[in-house]
Design a protein around this ligand. Sequence first.
Ligand code: GAP
Length: 470
Amino acid sequence: MIADEKKELFSEDKMNKIISLCKRRGFVFPSSEIYGGFSAVYDFGPYGVELANNIKAAWWQAMVRKNENIVGLDAAIFMHPRVWEASGHTTGFSDPLIECRKCHARLRVDHILEDLGIQADEKMTEEEINKLLDENKDKIECAKCGAKDFTKAKKFNLLVKSNLGNFTGDWEKNPVYLRGETCQGIYVNFKNVLDSARVKIPFGIAQIGKAFRNEITARQFIFRKREFEQMEMQMFTHPKEALKIYEEWKQRRWKFYLDLGIKEKNLKWRKHKNLVFYAKAAWDIEYNFPFGFKEIEGIHARGDYDLSRHSQYSGKDLSYTDSQTGEKYIPHIVETSTGVERIFLALLTDAFTEEKLSDGTERTVLKLPKKLAPIKVAIFPLLKNKPELVIKARQIYTDLKSEFMCEFDDNGNIGKRYRRQDEIGTPYCVTVDFDTLKDDTVTVRDRDTMKQKRIKIFDLRDFLEENLSV
Ligand code: GAP
């Protein structure tokens, strides 16, 4: 049925089509849209929340369930403000910006330099950044109006402030912060986990949770949000073992994306050129988004920086004593850090397909890995106005829905129902027709091949179980 000819989409075109599908089909909505939206904040709709939950479940399975030496945690979003001093975020977590003197657009320096093929060191001072910009001033123009006249670069802190618990109204001076990354909740609970969970080094703590950043420029849909969800794992290791464990995790995290069903040709490694002073190694896994290869996950060997700093700032001893050798040391940390939204967008990019069919019509289909699809099976009565078909289809729906995420649909004609399910990536559509009433069989239509076959209702559950794990 599917003609070989496939439309090659321009990347921008593809991005716009994905954004439009996300809105139209209930994956992602702009936040507070009836009020005009809220920059760089988005809501997951009914299908989006299912996909996001499936991504999180797959990560939790791969990290916590499958590893005897990794335990879970769910630390609060609010933390003691000193945490962010110890971590260096109150002083070092910033993006340098320049402003166009003509149209007053604010532009992120790291993006400008990236477009020029220059990778800037995150730790550069304002002075060093301005020198670099000066050297390249002829090549830099305003993305909005084309002018070449800019203010000096200035750094803006990315932490989001809150007035929680501050009743004096003096909160600008003494703010608490919405966490800028989830891993700090892991570091400050290192001792609690050690004392309560019978873990021994090397062991890991994994967490999924919201993080907040005052990202200056809202770009690239859900790729760069101000409120997003991280999935981070911190492995506490002996200093001498850290790099070996780091290499193992690099391989394991790459494999995670392949197991998830992401195409390997769309993934690549990027080595950090300028390591922060405490880091021993840092690589990112990048995905080929419609706007180019960009970070999806960071894997970092962070040395003893995190626990040393929290020891120093809290005054608590965060060292580890080996119960067998008696050796006492500050564990080194191997971190794996990814974001739900980036995996979500990568999956949509991988899956979004436009096909020309042999009858000349076209269809849009999300070829999501079946195990991650928001709806696993849609159940239709062939005709809406035939109660015997509707009752039978409803029975099947009720039977399957506690096990598989199902949808019942009797709206419009069958063709339209198929198109809708294709667009949300539903692997199987089950139709109850007049033969069903005679022999208790249904048609099962495969999303990718569009082929249909008849299956006994009795065998449906086994068929789905067998075919939905990929
Ligand atoms: N603890 C390390 C850390 O937070 P990061 O590179 O800043 O490192 C890790 O973030 C991951 O979090 C990124 O690889 C990305 O998947 C996700 N992430 C970071 N900022 C994000 C944003 N503004 N919107 C969506 N995801 C983001």
